[in-house]
Ligand binder design. Sequence first.
Ligand SMILES: C[S@@+](CC[C@H](N)C(=O)[O-])C[C@H]1O[C@@H](n2cnc3c(N)ncnc32)[C@H](O)[C@@H]1O
Length: 211
Amino acid sequence: MAVEPMDVSPGACPLNLDVEALRRAVQEEYAEVASNPAKGFHFHTGRTVAAIIGYEPAAVDPLPDVVVESFAGVGNPFIWGSLRPGEVVVEVGSGAGLDALIAARQVRPEGRVIGVDMTPAMLEKARANAALVGAKNVEFRQGLAETLPVPDACADVIISNGVINLCPDKDAVYRELDRVLKPGGRLQIADIIVKRAVPQDAREDIELWTG
Ligand SMILES: C[S@@+](CC[C@H](N)C(=O)[O-])C[C@H]1O[C@@H](n2cnc3c(N)ncnc32)[C@H](O)[C@@H]1O
């Protein structure tokens, strides 16, 4: 098993973390959220969490259960305002597609949404959900937040919800956001932050990353 030492934040001690093993563990967790959303996780899912974090009922209630059930967001990236008609949106970590589909509706048919996720089961579900609701201005691509499969300066807005906390190399993610965002573009990110340094042994414990 290859262990990749990495320095994940300025001034931090090198982290002995097997990044591939961490990604596999995160993918296994979210594959379960995709296929078995009622199982019960250390986070809320579906309509329950959408209501807790303040999603507009008008945006969520009319959607079929299958579109909402695997939602696992941690906050509301639309709280800073609706996206504008015609905008190009990239979503980092699009999961089963609820946020991407809300964004697709806001940017109207003349806009476009590209969702990126690393978990095949989530991509499959997101594509099926887009087809189910007839959203033609959204596509889902397999890829990593750290190496987004989209061109430079293509996005008016980047949205993300509960994903960057799962990425060990946050500097790499933010470099990608800077590369992909058009000049003057906007970041609308909901995520988990910690206000105190996390102990080294906890940062190297994959089980704590996934729950
Ligand atoms: C909290 S969910 C995203 C919620 C999503 N916005 C929605 O509408 O349901 C987290 C997602 O991030 C993805 N993810 C985690 N780390 C990733 C990474 N490094 N690159 C790409 N996707 C990642 C997981 O596969 C999972 O689908």
